[in-house]
Design a protein around this ligand. Sequence first.
Ligand code: ARG
Length: 467
Amino acid sequence: MSDGSVDGEANAHKLWGGRFAGGPHPALDAVNRSIGVDFRLWPFDIRLSKAWAAALVKASVLTPDECRRIVTGLDAVANRISAGEKPIATDEDVHTMIDRLLHAESGDVASRLHTGRSRNDQVATATRLWTIDAIARIDGLVQTLQRAIITQAESIESVIMPAYTHLQRAQPVSGAHWMLSHFWPLERDRARFVAAGRAANVLPLGSGAIAGSAFAVDRSSIQAELGFAALSANSIDAVGDRDFVADTLFALTMLGAHLSRLAEDLILFGSSEFGFVRYGDAFSTGSSMMPQKRNPDALELARGSGARVLGDLVALLATIKGLPSGYNKDLQEDKRSLFDAVDAMVLLLPAVAGSLETLTFNATRMRHAVTSTMMATDLADYLVRKHVTFRDAHGAVGSLVRQAEEQGVELTGLPFSAFQQAHPQFERDVLEELSAEKSIAHREIAGGTGAHAVRAQLEAAKRTLSF
Ligand code: ARG
């Protein structure tokens, strides 16, 4: 270790090193090595390498025969890795590993592939391809959760439950209305993923290390081959641009926040104090000490993962912020954050969808949590319909609520005379206003909780998913 070389690494396959007398110090080697993180880029690195080889033929760098041997070699490398070939200790990163294996498969011709390209434009391209693929996977998982939401919403469409503001009972709503309040945030997440995918859909390859490749590769044909929507316009920007990673991490963070809020509702509703929800056996965990426990671990982990993904976003933003232009090695850390956040959500989404699909609602408990005092606004609205100002109406109903509170009863527990005293415009039919069904029926406004409005909302939710 004193001379800085690593035992057994003297002959390590390297993409650089000619200019140095000795090998790198093990401590540098250890911190520099990214294969543990970036190995998963391999299918994309193979794809872009094939496209690069084809472009090198057009640029008269490779003969068609050399290109064929390289492409055959890359296919063989892909087969070896799919069959379980693992990185070896001296592989610095996935690009080095593929280069090593390509030499083993194709011999010296492999040395021609890295002409005119750098790992800077290579890793930017591979990460973009990986991100586009990951976004498609996440989108599918989000849709599965959205379907579970719609199915559960329909199961409680006619169930009346309290809606809460400040976590205090506020007004009665249809169960479906509450459930769908968790659908639309996910729909906005999907739009954010589409935008992040668009940001990723730009080809950096051909930018070289920083100034652009010195060989006349046809970047448009690489773009077409790899299916990118556009070419990067500036090679300096292209090798240092990780905005698409930030966009993806932000979309993941918002998704994490939405899953966390859904989870939080379900955790609260599953407590004995609420008793609205009973978790299915397949998504409940027990306690090592308390035999009675039925814990919603997956939902709690949804809250926990939301925090972790936010941390990934912050790490990436902080990494980008102080960088000089072009590629800097700090950017190697982008994948650690990106992969961690995607992994977290890929793990979480099926667990949240499963938790939701298998839980059952207790309609009786939900209905019983609705009290007549929650119709106080409807009482005020009743007076307003009789041309009382809302301020006066609010005051009159406020006095009724105070009396009820003092007597320890709900508004339905007060005698009609109390209503008359509170405001002369109260007539006998006011008692009907204390019904939750009536309160809901008043709200047939688009986006409201009236039965028809909720049905229309359900249909709209289904249409967005073609469900
Ligand atoms: N493993 C590196 C990364 O992920 C690849 C690019 C390395 N470029 C370089 N000039 N050392 O960023």
